[in-house]
Design a binder for this molecule. Structure first.
Ligand code: FAD
Length: 407
């Protein structure tokens, strides 16, 4: 049977997904196979999760969520939405979430998944410890004080199958979400940093169909702060619940109109019980230095998206120190694109986009569609390969994606 990713644009070469129910069973399975690769919830858009051997899900390992003071230990196959509910009930929170709660913790961390917020780092940066089954079946545990740790969480699935992660938590908090519409683009560009810094998490959405208007500004503000006033950049408050993509049902998005609620019901854009985004789509994202700012955004207005674009999202992410993180060493301006699911149009749009963004030192998101091979991570590769040589000398966890971009 063909196994596909969530978006169904990728048919995996492996034709089965094995679901061990204990770590011992997982260890045995890994040690006895020549080629194995972890699959999370399959929300990546390229061949990063593919294997010519077998795919393994850690979803059924049945590892409990253990909250201990200001940390939580969680099975890698757990979805963020489930983890968030347990944390909130215990009075705790994660500092940030991605745009959807449907993704697995290990899969999101492996690719550098991030949310938005000038002070918020990517989700993998919350990791304090990681446990994984390496190629010989042994269980390895690494903590932040281990010299390998910077390469072991955002590891593209290359070191082993992650069974557990320990994450830093903060006291639970409330967020109010507001959506502003139809901001004149020049006014936003004049004050881009102010707008992006105006709340705990800010996302700008636009389809670029009106090249001088920015369609939507979503602000997620801590309730102890001052909410952003979109009128300062000529926007008006949305009158109905908005979806990032025009024509999609705003009821599937998290509550807006200034309504405050728990962090995990406002930081993602999409609710766990509904299909996130559109569903029939592909995605790309490029992570630029924050200093690229208004010049990079203005350049987008000139791109020929070949009719492929559903919506573009502009976010910020704080710098981290993870070796393969696209935000490593620099505060980041993240430019995201939701495409129609059409390979030819997407290829043309991505080529045009990559040409336009090239002067701004873009780093592609590891889990989304890109065409020009990334080179920015090459300085980190020797030490990452040294980890791979130790934990997976025979490339049991290898695939064509890793052969091209890592090995
Ligand atoms: C609708 C939608 C919205 C999105 N929004 C965002 C967003 O806001 N921000 C963002 O940055 N990205 C976003 N993404 C991208 C998504 O977060 C990443 O692709 C992420 O990797 C998906 O996690 P997953 O569990 O589905 O991983 P998968 O796609 O299943 O796997 C990704 C990689 O992780 C590895 N992996 C998975 N589980 C394990 C494990 N247990 N041990 C070792 N390696 C493992 C796989 O081998 C593979 O290499 C979005 C995707 C979709 C579909």
């Amino acid at each position: 049977m063909t196994v596909r990713n969530w978006a169904r644009n990728i048919a995996f070469t492996a034709d089965e997904v094995l679901r061990p129910t204990s770590v011992a069973e997982l260890s045995e399975l890994v040690a006895s196979r020549a080629l194995v690769r972890a699959l999370g919830t399959g929300h990546s858009f390229n061949r990063i999760a593919d294997s010519t051997g077998v795919l393994v899900s850690t979803r059924d390992l049945a590892l409990p969520i253990e909250i201990d003071g200001d940390t939580v230990s969680v099975g890698g196959g757990t979805r963020y939405g489930e983890l968030a509910v347990a944390l909130h009930a215990a009075g705790r929170a994660l500092a940030n979430l991605g745009s959807l709660p449907h993704i697995s913790v290990a899969g999101a961390c492996a690719t550098g998944t991030h949310g938005s917020g000038s002070g918020n780092r990517c989700l993998a940066a919350a990791a304090l410890a990681v446990e994984f089954v390496r190629a010989d079946g042994a269980l390895v545990r690494l903590t932040r004080d281990d010299p390998d740790f910077g390469g072991a969480v955002l590891a593209l699935g290359a070191l082993g199958i992650v069974t557990r992660l320990t994450l830093a938590t903060v006291p639970t908090f409330e967020i109010r979400q507001d959506v502003w519409v139809d901001a004149p683009l020049p006014r936003v560009l004049d004050r881009l940093d102010d707008v992006l810094d105006s709340a705990y998490s800010v996302s700008l959405f636009t389809s670029w169909r009106r090249r001088d208007v920015l369609d939507q500004i979503w602000t997620k503000s801590r309730t102890d702060g001052v909410p952003f006033d979109g009128a300062e950049v000529g926007a008006r408050p949305a009158e109905v619940a908005m979806h990032p993509i025009a024509g999609q049902d705003g009821a599937t998005a998290t509550p807006q109109s200034g309504s405050a609620g728990p962090w995990h019901e406002r930081l993602p854009h999409f609710r766990l019980e509904f299909t996130p985004s559109n569903g029939e789509e592909q995605q790309s994202e490029y992570l630029l230095p924050r200093s690229a700012g208004a010049a990079a955004v203005a350049a987008l207005a000139e791109v020929d998206f070949a009719g492929a674009l559903q919506v573009c999202e502009i976010r910020t992410v704080a710098a981290d120190e993870l070796w393969l993180s696209p935000c490593s060493g620099r505060d980041t301006l993240a430019l995201h694109f939701t495409w129609f699911d059409d390979d030819v149009r997407v290829a043309n749009a991505v080529d045009a986009l990559e040409r336009t963004l090239a002067p701004f030192d873009p780093r592609p998101h590891w889990g989304k569609v890109f065409r020009a091979a990334p080179t920015w991570h090459r300085p980190a590769l020797p030490r990452f390969r040294e980890l791979v040589d130790r934990y997976d000398p025979d490339r049991t966890f290898g695939n064509a994606f890793l052969a091209e971009h890592v090995y």
